[in-house]
Design a protein around this ligand. Structure first.
Ligand code: TRP
Length: 329
């Protein structure tokens, strides 16, 4: 039976946090272990370069950190193809072909584009960043991937990808790319220490590689229900970010925590202590594996090299079709 090809990637901007672990990696792990899927996961270093070109000296190390986080969290190079974006030049070649047929309005109108320039500053008002959605489309179609596990925020990019595929087929008269569909991650947005979305740029994240004492300290600062000041005050676990994590890390006692919090029997300090303990315990084997992997840099490089070789092979098959469709000599 032909497998369904799945592809996703992440920009290596630094170490990964619980938002990545619970939002994306958990989902990717379940996909890689299902027989019907053939998975490709990559570290999008070219995309990182599009916003962080002034600090490109960190990109290689960040790429390694992300690879360590991925593998320590259970992404298995035996079960998926795991590679670095810039190791697959066929993607860049396809990007040139797609760039020729992408109307400028399609990229300038991407809703996140102007917002991001406002957020990140004029520095990213570059030709490369403008082309980000086109490159992202090529990341997917170079592998003729059919499913793309991403968060809701990426859905407009996938819609654009489908439109670009249709345009390519229409202009060159040959159907070579499947129209990819998003596989939405079920986890709702993971809240950070200040209750906003967990994100490196908000400085509110708990990292996969944080030491136990760091985790404890961070969790003590967690935003909780502002109406619960004293232990005896009744709390509102529904909107409380600590309770969000209790439901994941203390599933079995979450109903009890909820009841006791509402009844004013459980204070935030004790509640947070239970949470730190469980998160630390859950991360321990991941961190152990991460340390072990980090001590074998040659092995990591080998994995990335062999992943890239497989990826180049698959992308080259697509490019043979694409060059022919475009009538290049
Ligand atoms: N744009 C995605 C993000 O910011 C990362 C990404 C780049 C991606 N290329 C991709 C995700 C291809 C899925 C498929 O998270």
């Amino acid at each position: 039976m032909k497998k369904i090809r799945v592809l996703s990637g992440m920009r290596p901007t630094g170490k990964l946090h619980l938002g990545h672990l619970l939002g994306a990696i958990k989902n990717w792990k379940s996909l890689q272990s299902q027989d019907k899927y053939e998975c490709f996961f990559f570290m999008a270093d070219w995309h990182a370069l599009s916003t962080a070109y002034r600090h490109s000296e960190h990109i290689a190390q960040n790429t390694i950190e992300v690879a360590l986080d991925y593998m320590a969290s259970g992404l298995d190079p035996e079960k998926c193809t795991f590679y670095v974006h810039s190791h697959v030049p066929q993607i860049a070649e396809l990007f040139i072909l797609y760039a020729m047929i992408t109307p400028t309005a399609w990229v300038t109108r991407v809703p996140s584009y102007k917002g991001q320039i406002q957020e990140l500053g004029e520095d990213i008002d570059t030709y490369g960043f403008l082309g980000y959605p086109v490159l992202m489309a090529c990341d997917i179609v170079a592998f003729r991937a059919e499913r793309v596990p991403v968060g809701k925020d990426q859905v407009p990019h996938l819609e654009l990808t489908r439109e670009m595929v249709r345009r390519f087929h229409f202009i060159f008269g040959k159907e070579i790319f499947p129209e990819p569909e998003a596989l939405l991650t079920e986890t709702p947005l993971v809240p950070g220490l200040d209750a906003r979305k967990m994100s490196k740029s908000y400085d509110n994240a708990i990292y996969i590689s944080d030491e136990p004492d760091v985790i404890q300290k961070k969790i003590k600062t967690f935003f909780t229900d502002p109406e619960k000041i004293h232990m005896g005050d009744p709390g509102h676990p529904e909107g409380c970010p600590v309770f969000f994590f209790q439901k994941i890390y203390n599933v079995d006692i979450a109903p009890e925590i909820e009841k006791d919090c509402k009844a004013g029997k459980l204070g935030c300090v004790a509640c947070k202590k239970k949470l730190s303990e469980s998160i630390i315990k859950d991360l321990a084997p991941i961190q152990e594996k991460r340390r072990e992997l980090a001590s074998r840099p040659e092995y990591i490089k080998e994995i990335l090299m062999s992943g890239a070789e497989v990826a180049r092979g698959v992308a080259e098959e697509t490019l043979v079709l694409a060059r022919e469709a475009v009538h290049l000599l």
